[in-house]
Design a protein around this ligand. Sequence first.
Ligand code: DLL
Length: 434
Amino acid sequence: MEKYYQPEIETASYEEIRRIQNEKIVKQVRYVYDNVPYYRNLMDKKGVKPDDIKSVDDIKKLPFLSKDDLREAYPYGLLGTDLKNVVRIHSTSGTTGKRVVAFYTQHDIDLWEDCCARAIVAAGGSDEDVCQVCYGYGLFTGGSGLHGGSHKVGCMTLPMSSGNTDRQIQFMMDLGSTILCCTPSYAAYIGESLAEKGYKPEDNKLKAGIFGAEPWTEEMRQGIEKSLGIKAYDIYGLTETSGPGVAFECSEQTGMHINEDHFYAEIIDPETGEVLPEGSKGELVFTSLDKEGFPLLRYRTKDICILSRKKCSCGRTHIKMTKPLGRSDDMMIIRGVNVFPSQIETVLLKEGFPPNYQIVVDRVNNNDTFDIYVECPPELFSDKVAEMQNHEKNLNAAMRSMLGIGPKIHLVAPKSIERSEGKAVRVIDKRKLH
Ligand code: DLL
C-alpha cells in the first residue's frame, strides 16, 4: 500500500491542484509586487500589474528572474519580508563569486520540511525508521532540509553531516539505519567502504536511500542499489527555491513529482524564453506560490529537463520532471559543490596568473577528481621544484576559499596549453553523467 505524507494534496485531482495554484498565484504576485522593489521594477518595466495575473495561465506575462538578478540584488534586494520575520538563511556559490543567499521565515521552513517529508514517506519512510542524514549541514540546504523532513515524519534522525566515513558506517551498523540521505556519489562510496570492511549488502538494515544534489545515471542507481541492498530514490531542488524536496521520486522511479502546490513549473526554450508545451525538452523555470522570505517568480534554473503529466502508478497526481538532462549554462557540480569556470578565472587573475587554463573533471572510484592545469607566467616559472610546489599550494588555497573545494593545481610551462581557434576548451568533463 502506497503511503503519503499529505495524501489529500499529493493525490488531488488536476482541477483541484489548478484551483489551489490559481488562488495562491494571485496572492503571491501581489505580495511580491508590494514587498520586493527589485521585482516590482521588472514588472513595471514589462508593463505588468498584479491585477493582470488572475491564474497560473497568466504567469507567462511575468518577467523572468535569473542568477544575474540574484547577483545584482545581493544580498537583500529580493528579500520579501522584514528581517525580523526571517529565521534562517542558506547559501550556495553563484557566478563570479557572489553567493546566493536565500531567506526563510518559519512558515517557509515549515513548507520546505513538508516537501522533504513527502519525499521520505514516498521512499517508504515512517516513524519506525532510522534516518541517517549525511548531506552537509550548514549553509548547504541538503542537511537541514532532509533533517527537518525526517523530524516531521517522526524518524529517529541521525544528523551526521558529510564525511568521516568510518563514523558513518559505525553509526549505520550499530544503530541500524534504515534510510540513507546523501549525494549519490557519497552513497556509492559508502557502499564500497562497507564492502572493503567485509560487510555484505544484507548485513546492513538500510532499505532506501534519498539521493540528489548532483547528476547521476541509471547505471549508478543500479550500482548503489546492489551494493547497499536498497531502493535508491532521486530528489531534486535548489537553494533559490528552498532546497531539496522541490521534486522527489516515488515507488515507480520514473521521474520526480514536483510539489506543485508550492512550486509552479514551466519549460522554456533557453534561447528565446518561449514557453514550450508539456513533453518538450527545455529549461526548467519555477515560480514559488506561497513563500515569504525569498519568493522568486519565474526563476530560471538553467536545468534542462522534460515535464510529464502521465498517470503514475503510485497514485500521486503532481506533474513529474525527468532527472536534469544537462544545464544551459556552464555550471559543474563537483563533489556536490556548484562550480563555475568564471569563478576559477577570477581567482587566477587575482593571483597573477594568465587566464590560460584547463579544468579536468573525472570520476574515479565514485569520487570526483578535480584538476586545473594553469600556465605559469614566465616571471614565476622556476626549475626549482619546491618553488613551483609553493605556487601550486597558494593557488589551491585561493581556489578553496572561493569555491569551497580544493582542486589539484598543475602549473605548466608558459604557452603549453593548446590555443583554440574558436571557443577555448576550458572544461573537460570526463564523467558520463547524462
Ligand atoms: O543541491 C539542493 C539539494 C540538496 C537537492 C540535497 C537534493 C538533495 P544547490 O546546491 O543550490 O541545491 O544546487 C542546485 O543542483 O540546479 C541542479 O543543477 C543540481 N541538482 C539538484 N538535485 C539534483 C538531482 C541543492 N537530483 C542544483 N539530479 C540544481 C541532478 C541535481 N542535479
